[in-house]
Design a protein around this ligand. Structure first.
Ligand code: ZN
Length: 503
């Protein structure tokens, strides 16, 4: 085989995989945004078939032959950097899947599909016992998979490698341990302050069409390109990139709560901007996406929290808010809105948590997942350990497993190792934010004026354009000159809440 021919064949196969993935993605988007309720029965087979075809191509003999040839140390130096990194990325995926037999893999897909349905029922009934046997099998499968894939140190590192390559349990124990102490301390001081910001301005009645107008206004200000994207409504907000010219966001409007859709739109807009700004020569390669789950989340959380929950943002957005909802915000000052958007209140449900207590929800899940995969605890221990940690960290105990251990979908789908990326996102975002404020002249002033050009250019140049070409640690180091450092996030939280709560 000659190198040029092999590269061409590899590129064409990669593109073909992408096309199949895009077809499945459109159908899944359709199912979640507008398809009739009963469509799921027929559609899941279509999505399953198309996804399986893409998967078969990825683990095909043709792909194996190409990857082995191109990754040969004699050939590697002759490849472009994009092809080099793409080959490494595909090789990693290839090995991960190839090490598990086809029968086992198929049985696992069936298991997680059933587990998701059982989880839904268990959650609604608040009954952990019916979900337990499924979760036991999932954990067992992942423990076995970790052995097949191999890992250094803790077994859970094999799970982390899927979502946040390069990050280890040993690192996370230190980072999360430090953060846990800081958050709990801050929470205690906030409680002692006795101040409870009024957030009733967000809990009135808001027309859904007007909320959509508000959401589109924010996206426009964020410079999310609506000619290359769109905004729809779904039960759970998400972002899906079909190709560089088609990045779709969803949000969820609630009549009696304005913040739900507002912050969901800003959050997904952050994910969307990342996907829209990836350099064009990565299109059709496995690198045309974010560097990692954590880095992706750093972008959504930067926009949602560091920007969307900041005082300059509300200064800027005040007039629009008054124009669209004059009655609801009549007589409410920017200061009141800013405080209302930053009210801290321990809650049972992760997705409803405020910016401060959110991290504790993640750390709790991380500790349980790690112990479960490591074999230190059993699935049957989960409900008890969950409640104990909730009491220790947040001072509240769920009334039933539906609002406790069963609240998230992740475990039913086998997504162990995913949760840490949410808090890593906040930690990365704080590091980027710190750097951005040093490098962008008059950062606060530009936010107040609604001029996000400088911010967007900075994000695009430093982070977005690279897609998956740079590993998370590499990207972080290039932008900030540092490794993961939770100090910036802790300092950001301290500064913000000290000022609001006067503590
Ligand atoms: Zn997100």
């Amino acid at each position: 085989m000659n190198i040029n021919d092999a590269v061409k064949e590899y590129q064409s196969l990669s593109r073909r995989i992408k096309y199949f993935e895009e077809a499945a993605a459109v159908m899944s988007w359709d199912l979640q945004t507008g398809a009739p309720e009963k469509a799921v029965i027929g559609r899941s087979g279509v999505i399953g078939t198309i996804s399986t075809e893409a998967f078969k191509m990825l683990i095909s003999e043709q792909m194996e032959k190409l990857l082995v040839f191109l990754s040969n140390p004699e050939n590697m130096p002759h490849l472009s950097r994009i092809i080099q990194v793409s080959v490494k990325e595909d090789l990693k995926k290839f090995n991960r899947f190839k090490k598990i037999s086809a029968e086992k893999y198929e049985a696992y897909i069936v298991l997680t599909t059933q587990a998701e349905a059982v989880w839904k029922e268990a959650k609604a009934l608040g009954d952990f016992a019916i979900f337990k046997p499924y979760l036991e099998k999932i954990v067992e499968f992942l423990q076995e998979a970790a052995e097949l894939w191999g890992y250094d140190g803790h077994k859970y590192n094999a799970m982390l490698d899927i979502y946040e390559p390069g990050v280890t349990t040993e690192q996370l124990d230190k980072i999360f341990g430090y953060l846990k102490e800081k958050i709990i301390d801050l929470m205690g001081r906030i409680k002692k302050s006795g101040y409870v910001p009024d957030n009733s301005m967000f809990l009135k009645s808001y027309d859904k069409d007007m909320q959509r107008r508000l959401s589109l206004k924010i996206l426009d200000k964020m410079q999310f390109d609506l000619k290359r994207g769109r905004l729809d409504e779904s039960a759970h907000p998400f972002t899906i990139k079909l190709n560089l010219g088609d990045v779709r966001l969803t949000t969820k409007y609630e009549v009696n709560n304005l913040t739900g859709a507002l912050f969901a739109t800003i959050h997904e807009g952050g994910h969307g901007l990342y996907e829209q700004n990836i350099r064009e020569d990565l299109a059709g390669t496995p690198l045309c996406t974010g560097s990692s789950f954590g880095i992706h989340e750093s972008q959504s959380r930067y926009w949602e929290n560091f920007l969307g929950r900041s005082r300059p943002f509300w200064e800027m957005f005040y007039d629009d808010l008054l124009e669209i909802f004059p009655e609801q915000f009549n007589g409410v000052s920017v200061e009141n809105i800013y405080h209302g958007a930053n009210r801290v209140e321990p809650s049972l449900i992760r997705v409803q948590a405020d910016e401060l207590t959110y991290g504790l929800h993640i750390i709790l899940r991380y500790e349980l997942e790690k112990s479960l995969i490591g074999g230190d605890i059993k699935v049957c221990d989960l409900p008890r350990l969950w409640d104990e940690s909730m009491q220790t960290y947040l001072g509240i105990i769920p009334g039933h497993p539906g609002e406790g251990v069963l609240q998230d979908i992740h475990w039913s789908k086998g997504y162990f190792g995913y949760f840490p990326s949410y808090t890593l996102g906040n930690i990365y975002a704080a590091q980027f934010f710190n750097q951005m404020k040093k490098e962008i002249p008059d950062y606060d002033g530009s936010v107040e004026n609604g001029d996000f050009k400088g911010i967007n250019e900075w994000l695009k140049e430093k982070i977005h354009q690279h897609g998956k070409l740079l590993k998370p640690a590499e990207l972080l180091h290039r932008v900030t000159g540092e490794e993961i450092n939770p100090k910036y996030f802790a300092e950001y939280l301290e500064k913000k809440y000290r000022e609001i709560y006067k503590i």
